[in-house]
Ligand binder design. Structure first.
Ligand code: GLN
Ligand code: ZN
Length: 768
């Protein structure tokens, strides 16, 4: 009998209940008990939704982050919070976000702020975890209370509980040694705590433990491979069965290592690691469970169950009881329930599956394998009909787009002249001073703007009044920029709810969910639009707004677009063609927009590629292939413009060293990047590479309410000027200003403009 199980369920709630409960607790508007009770209720509901599985994950629920949970379980708390004597959950929030709930009484010492834990992306997902902190003196001690409590709840509910923990090697790998200690030296201190944990779980009646080691799908050197061997050798005496769990990629060269670790079972991502299956089957030991993650936990498409059964039936024959099926990874990365969606049109809805529906697919597979396909005939037929409808739909396949794609020529990805020539032509009309100032695009998204948009969407505000309101905002932004004395203006992006959704809404080939929320970090969620079909642009998307903005000023107005790679990386993307193909379709649509902006007299155009870096594959050996098509897609958007048109791009992260060649290859005339927090150190990459084009290192950390002084900015820019020739430098904030308030933005930009003037008089003369 094939068994089915799940690796993790979305914890935020179908209506983002956890988000609202957390934020209300943090604000001091509800009690800790209310929050804890809500957590318990969500766990209960989520287990109910998983009924019928042979094993249900327990311990996957988290009030903030599963890695931080693990740090608490292992007693690895940063020193700065170790003296805290209050409730553990409050201390947990202090590590997560620098503070716990709003103190009822401001002088309460318990609640004063500490530095928040560093946050970084969970493998190649858009989920962020709190980085464990290590140093040479780090010690560990078990606190199993969270897991034990959840196990008790599960038991009371009659749930077939399989606790989920992060494995010791991945845990070390995810963390950061602040003093540059060798993290692996901590393994010998860590393993006894894992042994104790497994014993504790066994005492609580646990049979199987899911122990996640996703690093096995990355390139591991011999030292890390050995650490895996040592760790699982030591854990092999444990009284519970371990399901060693990997996901997000292929084991590839780590396959033999993984197969031979002394554990009772291995889970692999059978979607991204499909190519491992044959080799695995060839050397599969007779005494081990193989769990195949056959339902994609990273997208929202229905699985093709008939095709899956074709490949699973022989495996089930061979493995019998030892075959388990599951989603490829935790369902944390998909929304909860498609049934909530009332607005997605019926045809597209019939192609989709969210977490709840994906578990339904697993149940159908298990029944078909265990009782024969006839037992689920109707379900398989309806699944097949949906798969066929999607495959052949004219809404998915647009021959005009396919032929446009075939007609892409190398010239289309090429500006007419090299940067040096373009720069001269651009300088001639732009007549910018040295250290030109600009901003990254958005200005504060005020309550009035959000109200107007929501009233427009719900029909309370008509199109003409909405347009009037947005024009008013644009005019306001232009006036403020005039008063500030900035050099290159933006229109402020008031009309955009989100830099990807705004374009998705106007492109053919996109659908939108109402409740398709996915946790990004803590209480923050994103609702990625659904890219289901060939992409085309029925009409201009931004031109009218930008043209209006330009009509209000003599200063150059930057047209603002989101780049194809970022649109791709922040959407749920179709799985029936390579991502590179979809990206090029997006590139052609943005290219048309670029050309329309140029025709409308817009001479400076910024194409944001905020998410280019996060699309990098997990394995470095695959980076170049990704970078090649990503860079080409960007270049296709800009290849058609005149030399005089100045193309900007923007990226908001701070690691460039390893991709600097690709960044240079994008050949934007100006790149603006996040740098202020790294004290300009990241410019080293640009310096060593002799980055040839212009660059605006951010001098205002927009994530903080702090207002940089003129002096701060001058100091930062002087550091920049030590690395980059002054004629290449621009002065700008780190990122867009939409999350800030006007009363913060005005003084900060005033100081920024003043700093640029100081720099001009001390470091360089105006360009003649
Ligand atoms: N133009 C966008 C803005 O200013 C860029 C946002 C981003 O990089 N994330 O809001
Ligand atoms: Zn940014």
């Amino acid at each position: 009998m094939t068994k089915i199980h799940n690796l993790g369920f979305p914890r935020i709630g179908a209506r983002r209940e956890l988000k609202f409960a957390l934020e209300s607790y943090w604000q001091g508007s509800s009690s800790r008990n209310t929050l804890k009770t809500l957590g318990q209720r969500l766990r209960q509901q989520h287990w109910q939704l998983q009924a019928g599985l042979d094993w249900v994950p327990v311990g996957d629920f988290s009030f903030y982050d599963q890695v931080l949970d693990m740090s608490f379980t292992l007693g690895n708390l940063p020193e700065r919070v170790q003296q805290f004597h209050g409730d553990t959950l409050d201390n947990y929030f202090r590590v997560a976000r620098g503070r716990s709930a709003q103190p009822a009484n401001d002088s309460a010492a318990c609640c004063s702020a500490v530095a928040a834990g560093e946050m970084t992306k969970w493998f190649d997902t858009n989920y962020h975890y709190i980085v464990p902190e290590f140093n040479a003196t780090t010690t560990f001690s078990l606190d199993a209370s969270r897991l034990l409590q959840q196990l008790a709840e599960a038991k009371a509910q009659g749930v077939a509980a399989k606790p989920v923990i992060i494995g010791p090697v991945t845990y070390l790998w995810l963390g950061k040694a602040k003093d540059n200690t060798d993290k692996l030296a901590l393994l010998s201190k860590l393993l006894p705590v894992y042994i104790e944990l497994l014993q504790t779980l066994a005492n609580a009646g646990v049979e199987w433990v899911q122990i996640d080691e996703p690093i096995l799908v990355t390139e591991l050197n011999a030292v890390w491979q050995n650490a895996c061997r040592t760790a699982y050798q030591q854990l092999s005496d444990s009284p519970v069965k371990l399901l060693l769990t990997t996901y997000f990629g292929q084991l590839a060269e780590n396959l033999s290592l993984a197969v031979n670790l002394p554990v009772a079972g291995l889970h692999i991502d059978a979607i991204n690691g499909q190519n491992d299956i044959e080799a695995l089957m060839a050397e599969w030991p007779v005494d081990k469970v193989l769990s195949l993650g056959v339902i994609n936990g990273r997208n929202i498409w229905k699985s093709d169950l008939t095709t899956l059964l074709d490949s699973l039936e022989p495996i089930a024959q061979q493995l019998g009881d030892r075959l388990w099926l599951a989603p490829s990874c935790s369902l944390l990365h998909v929304p909860v329930d498609l049934d909530s969606e009332q607005k997605v049109d019926a045809e597209i809805k019939s192609w989709l599956a969210f977490a709840k529906q994906k578990l339904g697919e697993l149940r159908i597979l298990a029944t078909a394998l265990n009782q024969g396909r006839d037992a689920v005939k109707a379900e398989l037929e309806s699944n097949h009909a949906a798969i066929e409808s999607r495959r052949h739909s004219t809404r998915v396949n647009n021959p005009a787009v396919k032929s446009a794609l075939n007609n892409i020529t190398p010239e289309m990805a090429q500006r007419n002249s090299p940067y040096a020539d373009r720069a001269v032509k651009q300088a001639a009309w732009l007549k910018l001073p040295r250290f030109p100032t600009t901003t990254i695009g958005s200005f504060p998204q005020t309550a009035e703007i959000r109200l107007a948009r929501s009233q427009f969407k719900s029909g309370k505000l008509d199109a003409a009044s909405y347009k009037e309101a947005m024009r008013g905002e644009i005019a306001h932004c232009v006036r403020e920029q005039e008063a500030l004395g900035l050099d290159v203006f933006v229109h402020g992006e008031a009309e955009r709810n989100d830099m990807v959704e705004y374009f998705g809404e106007q492109l053919d080939g996109y659908a939108f969910s109402q409740f398709g929320w996915v946790q990004s970090y803590g209480s923050r969620c994103v609702k990625p639009p659904i890219l289901f079909g060939d992409i085309s642009r029925p009409q201009p998307m931004t031109v009218e707004w930008i043209r209006y903005a330009q009509s209000l000023t003599d200063k150059p107005m930057k047209g603002m677009l989101t780049g194809p790679v970022t649109i791709l990386n922040w959407s749920f993307v179709r799985d029936d063609q390579p991502r590179s193909v979809t990206c090029k379709q997006l590139a052609l649509a943005i290219r048309e927009e670029v050309q329309d902006l140029e025709k409308a007299g817009i001479g400076v155009i910024q194409i944001d590629e905020a998410a280019l870096r996060e699309g990098l594959p997990l394995r470095k050996s695959k980076w170049q292939a990704y970078l090649d098509w990503a860079v080409e897609s960007f270049r296709i958007t800009t290849g058609g413009v005149a030399d005089e048109t100045q193309i900007h791009t923007h990226m908001c992260y701070s690691e460039f060293n390893d991709i600097i060649a690709a960044i240079a290859d994008m050949d934007a005339d100006v790149i603006t990047i996040e740098t202020s927090r790294s004290d300009m150190e990241l410019l080293d990459a640009f310096e060593h590479f002799h980055y040839p084009n212009a660059i605006g290192p951010g001098v205002y950390d927009i994530h903080s309410p702090n207002i940089p002084s003129e002096e701060d900015i001058v100091i930062l820019m002087r550091k920049a000027a030590e690395r980059i020739p002054v004629e290449q430098l621009w002065v700008n904030p780190d990122c867009g200003l939409k999350t800030r308030q006007w009363h913060e933005v005005i003084p900060a930009l005033t100081n920024m403009v003043a700093a640029a003037k100081t720099l001009r008089s001390t470091l360089g003369q105006n360009i003649q």
